[in-house]
Design a protein around this ligand. Structure first.
Ligand code: GDP
Ligand code: GDP
Length: 433
């Protein structure tokens, strides 16, 4: 199951600084609700080879100057419900404030691991100041500087010990998730798949926190559906911020093999959809795009082709993703969606013979060799597939760090031409030999 780390704390303690350090870059997402651009609030991160999702819950509440107790409470409740563990951040330079005490009080009651952090510990003097935070009543205190990064390694080591090893789910059934913005038709699609033969469907109900996994068994096809739809309805309070739909989508991505990203034909592909695409690619999951509500679109001969071209332009360079035009309402092309999902699942799992890949790729490389580096010839000597749940290849070369991005893209394109990797990301790794 996915591991989620939530950062909580009052405004200005440094949550987003720490968050940006964790995700290693800064990017913006457009918040459709308020119409403003704001920092990204969730992303995936990695430490010691373990992956986890980080949420900056501070961004999900109204962080106006006079922040209400209610808002803080909401933030902490989000974290408590959704996170696997919580990073409670305070500011060593400010000491313990009223709001810190309020957050601490909420967090002391829960039975999830809470890491108390004194941030802005940029020097030894501050380290002494930070000791005051013991007063908040937790067993451990991590002193860090989000700005310089000092102390963050120890904190992340401690967090990482809680994260199970990066294994794919044990079930050998393919796992599919349906993700997308609210109202695009995810539930309708799931119902179209599952409803008619309810007796063949087993609901493996998790706890209230877990998505419900249903098994689809029909026409000799079998797979597991990670159902994140419907959960939103239980949390009407937070609907304005779409927090739950976002977090559920992230979890579903982590738990699945292949994602169906559903978009609304009347709206087209939007910024939020591209955010989800980028998470799917980052986690090396398979992707099928379903353009739903196709029944509502006035069709001329070229409509679907034009629509498809637009989507592919946005996906570039990952262009060989299956795109289907469906209607969940009219049950149009639902079965094709199933077949495509299984196809992508198989593409993602295929094993390529070492001799075959070397014969074919070394020939292609011979024709278009990598650009030389400071008059040194770069040679790619051989290639092997790495044992991963997704396609990953190691290229052995004399200058692994000098292969340009454009050449990496060339290699990936070659692999995609030689083999069928439709709908699945590919990872290339360069090693010295
Ligand atoms: P948030 O409201 O909790 O997300 O806080 P921010 O990340 O926006 O940080 C608030 C302020 O504290 C900003 O001016 C940051 O530059 C500053 N800050 C964050 N981390 C550190 C740190 O480790 N040391 C110092 N000196 N300042 C920091
Ligand atoms: P979800 O929030 O993504 O799970 O979306 P729902 O499945 O609840 O659907 C949202 C609305 O879109 C509902 O009113 C559905 O009846 C409607 N809807 C879903 N699929 C289709 C479709 O293929 N065509 C049309 N016309 N409406 C649809």
């Amino acid at each position: 199951m996915s591991f989620t780390v939530a950062i909580v704390g009052r405004p200005n303690v440094g949550k987003s600084t720490f968050f940006n350090r964790l995700i290693g870059h800064k990017k913006s997402i457009v918040d459709d609700v308020s119409g403003v651009t704001r920092d990204r609030l969730y992303d995936v991160s990695e430490w010691n080879g373990k992956h986890f999702t980080v949420i900056d819950t501070g961004g999900f509440v109204n962080a106006s100057q006079d922040i209400f107790e209610k808002e803080i409470k909401k933030q902490v409740e989000l974290a408590i419900e959704e996170a696997s563990c919580i990073l409670f951040m305070t500011d060593a330079t400010a000491g313990i404030t009223d709001l810190d005490n309020q957050v601490a009080k909420l967090l002391r009651k829960i039975n999830k691991k809470v890491f108390l952090i004194a941030n802005k510990v940029d020097n030894n003097q501050r380290y002494l100041q930070a000791q005051e935070m013991w007063g908040l009543g937790f067993d451990e205190l991590y002193c860090i500087s989000s700005q310089s990064g000092s102390g963050t390694g120890e904190l992340l080591d401690a967090v990482a010990t809680l994260i199970p090893d990066d294994n794919e789910p044990e079930s050998d059934l393919p796992k599919f998730a349906v993700i997308g913005q609210p109202n695009v038709g995810k539930s309708s699609f799931l119902n179209a798949l599952l409803d008619e033969e309810r007796n063949l469907v087993t609901d493996i109900a998790g706890t209230t926190r877990d998505p419900v996994h249903s098994v689809y068994r029909k026409y000799g096809k079998e797979f597991m559906l990670i159902d994140t739809a419907g959960i939103r309805k239980k949390h009407k309070v937070f609907e304005d911020l779409e927090f739950y739909s976002v977090i559920r989508a992230i979890k579903a991505i982590e738990d699945c093999d292949v994602c169906y990203l559903m978009i609304d034909a009347t709206l087209g592909i939007e910024a939020q959809d591209m955010e989800l695409v980028s998470l799917v690619i980052k986690r090396n999951k398979g992707l099928v795009i379903l353009v739903n509500k196709w029944d509502l679109v006035e069709k001329t001969t070229y409509t679907s082709k034009e629509f498809e071209t637009k989507i592919r332009a946005k996906l570039a360079p990952f262009v060989d993703v299956p795109i289907l035009f469906i209607s969940a309402k009219d049950k149009q092309r639902i079965f094709q969606a199933v077949e495509k999902g299984l196809e992508v699942y198989n593409n993602r799992r295929q094993e390529i013979k070492t001799s075959d890949i070397n014969d074919k790729m070394l020939e292609a490389i011979g024709k278009v060799p990598p650009p030389s580096y400071r008059n040194h010839l770069i040679k790619i000597k051989y290639i092997t597939q790495i044992a991963k749940p997704y396609p990953a290849f190691a290229f052995f070369t004399n200058y692994p760090d000098q292969i340009k991005g454009s050449y990496k893209q060339f290699l990936e394109n070659q692999l995609r031409e030689l083999y069928n990797f439709n709908g699945t990301p590919i990872r290339l790794i360069f090693k010295e030999k």
